[in-house]
Design a protein around this ligand. Sequence first.
Ligand SMILES: [Fe+2]
Length: 569
Amino acid sequence: MYLLGLTTLGDSAATIVCDGEVVAAAEEERFSRVKHHSGFPYEAVAYCLEEAGIGIADVDHVGLYWKPWIVGRKLAQTAKSLVTDRDMFKARVDRGVSGVGASYASMLTFPALLRRRFGPSDFKFHYLEHHPCHAASAFFVSPFDRAAILTMDGTGEETTTMFATGRGNRLTPSKRIKVPHSLGQFYSAITNFLGFDMFQGDEWKIMGLAAYGKPEYYDFLSTRVLTLDGPLGFRVDNRVLDHHLAKHYQFSDEIVRALGPPRQADEEISERHQNIAASAQRVLEDVVLQLVADLAEQTGEENLCLAGGVAFNSVMNGRIIRESSFDHVFIQPVAGDAGCSLGAAYLLYHQKLDRPRTYRMRHAYFGPSFTSAECAAALTAAGLPFETLPDDELLPRVARMVADGAIIGWFQGRMEFGPRALGNRSFIADPRRTDMRELLNKKVKLREWFRPLAPSLVEEASAELFGWDHRDPFMVTVIDVAEEQRALLPAIVHVDGSARPQTVSRETNPRYWQLLREFERLSGVPALLNTSFNVQEPIVCTPANAVRTFLASNFDALVIEDHIVVRQP
Ligand SMILES: [Fe+2]
């Protein structure tokens, strides 16, 4: 039985599940080369069908991650913001105030659209509620037979936060919090207050910046903006911080009095900006920790599953793992809306079709792969001279180059699903070099100096590096590096002594694991700096993308399957 899951607005994506196993999953942005591609994921669907070796006629069920007819509260929120702001009203009218409404209405045409594009099929089409898709994306692929579930994002149809329990192949929501009370919208609004862009997914930057600041504005934000409201409850006062106004960089007098003027996009980052980021981050963490504590108490469960865009906050995740009473935590690595395509397929498979659980998500390598010949063809087409080597020559050579200071574009196997490069589409470098973070951020990735970089390590070395056997194949958690290790790994240890590691298992990524071992042999360090293989665009997908990125930027070598190209000085 084949099921197709779809995400179609913001981080569009498709997932194909066959008899309960993920066959393929990818974000549309990787094909269209438009970051956070929003719109029907034609190319992702085409890829998933091709990878599965089927046509649309073979698909039994299609699940969409949205119920377009639930619009009440969200429309009310938008309407209220429009009334309070004439300029914004005009802007909306100019852009088509019906933009959002039209995209919801267009969802009703999706079944026809799929058939028109991919051919006739008698699949059954299901519109599924957004937060249960998030919840399914975590629980149904987790290692747990039973768990408490918490989903948090900007907003779904109108729900922003959902509490649920999972038992076997059943998922039961217990409480929903709706707009304007939204943890994701709170964080996005602060993102814009600090001069970044919520629509570009700049929320990452606030978390990175927070490490440099002190939470001086904590009291204001935690009493006037985002406040706890009884067990399993919180409120956002949008008279003080309105997400819809923040979208247009407009802020209330009260918040400007308390925090000072909002930062302009081109303004230098000051200590005050860092302190605002640190304060917002801490308030978010504390509110979520309380919600998690309430959930533990009310459910009595030992396991917790998290999903929704807020679960990308790896610093918050680290605190949940360390400080909450849950024994085990599973965080869906594709926590944002792209992961809802996977969730939609599993929600159908278990909840609607009552099939038993058999699958556990151990990796995220669900995207396209390319043969050695295809990779060679891309290099030849670009006129790049390359060598082709067996792994027992190639891996030691790459490790040696890294140890000598090279930054390598590393491309192998199936592309990762989700925003993290996990060793198949990664830049790798030496984590022991103090200048490497700045070099990578400024010279290669062309982005802000404060963006943290993370390590990949062989999972067997986890206890040595962190003081306990922390396993995270998905890079979703920030944890402390053991004190005595910090000075050895300056490029991947944050200012506060923490890191966001990917623990690599020999079983799920043997070649990358072997490369880490080769580097350890030379350096004594079983870790590499790993950051996503992209420069100001989506992570590379095809060999041609990798080659183009190599030609347009200035890293030292490109390894693409068994071929290596070294940049000539
Ligand atoms: Fe969402």
